[in-house]
Design a binder for this molecule. Structure first.
Ligand code: 6GU
Length: 287
């Protein structure tokens, strides 16, 4: 996968060089190029914004600068032709991870979202609080993309015509990472890139380890425990020591259901509940 990130603060996305994403870069699973939007500014002050038509506070990012940047990224021309990929912070490749296990097959992914006509266009993601909420299923879908471009807006946003024009050459998605306002899109890019990259086969040592993720089955994950068995007078739940895997699976399911009911009850509406599930949740029998 290739990721291009356009921002006026290239340093802001340097955390991607570390840990699991850094390792994925090193393994050649993902290539990340960070571009300074000011490289496309044409005046001596490297101006990227201007006052809004119609008045009001704040500044709007200029279509001329963004248009040139998105053209060069798509065509690999201009500053992009010589752009260097992000280098990792440390060598990770030879360090085995705790969750790397032998004998676990890569389940792979079907390529159905990556075939035919428009699907060949790169995906342009524009983080904005006015976007559609980013969800785990988006991360799953985007983990199969060949080329994703992130356009980080600052100030009051990007001139709308940049987004309208980009649709000619990109599949464009405006996305929000939650109902709060950030100063710019950079932190959202870190969030989205990490959520996407960790799902690419081969990035997590153990490809089974994300199948039980919170949200993947519509439920929040329940609690986890490790040694020692007793710590500060607190014991690990007995069932986890029982070796009875049917019982352990049922217990984990119960914990996930109860946590979801307590913290995010609205998620339960989208989960298929068995009779046993309904009983744990205290639902009345419905015949
Ligand atoms: Cl994606 N961008 C910005 N600037 N603010 C946000 C956001 C994104 N998601 C929530 N708030």
């Amino acid at each position: 996968m290739r990721l291009d990130i356009v921002t006026i603060f290239p340093e802001y996305v340097q955390p991607l060089r570390h840990a699991l994403v850094g390792k994925a870069i090193e393994q050649g699973i993902v290539e990340i190029c960070v571009h300074d939007l000011r490289d496309w500014a044409t005046d001596v002050h490297k101006t990227v914004d201007d006052s809004p038509y119609g008045g009001g506070p704040g500044m709007v990012m200029k279509p001329t600068v963004w248009g040139a940047a998105l053209d060069d990224i798509r065509l690999k021309t201009g500053p992009v032709a010589s752009a260097e990929a992000l280098q990792t912070a440390a060598m990770h490749v030879n360090k085995p991870r705790h969750d790397e296990k032998n004998g676990i097959d890569d389940p792979g992914y079907s390529d159905q979202t990556c075939v035919g006509g428009d699907e060949e266009l790169p995906l342009l993601l524009i983080p904005t609080p006015a976007g559609k909420p980013f969800e785990q299923r988006d991360a799953q879908s985007w983990s199969r993309e060949k080329h994703i471009v992130f356009a980080c807006g600052r100030y009051e946003g990007i001139d709308q015509r940049v987004i309208d024009d980009a649709r000619k050459h990109y599949r464009v998605r405006e996305v929000s990472i939650g109902d709060y306002v950030l100063i710019g899109g950079e932190v959202a890019v870190l969030v989205i890139a990490e959520a996407v990259i960790r799902l690419i086969p081969g990035v997590l040592g153990n490809t089974l380890s994300h199948q039980d993720d919170s949200f993947s089955h519509g439920l929040l994950e329940g609690p986890s425990y490790t040694k020692p068995r007793v710590w500060r007078d607190l014991e690990v739940p007995e069932v986890l020591l029982s070796g009875n895997h049917a019982k352990i699976d049922r217990w984990r399911r119960d914990q996930a259901l109860l946590r979801t009911q307590a913290v995010r009850p609205e998620l339960l509406a989208h989960v298929e509940l068995s009779e046993a599930d309904r009983e744990v949740l205290g639902y009345e029998d419905s015949d």
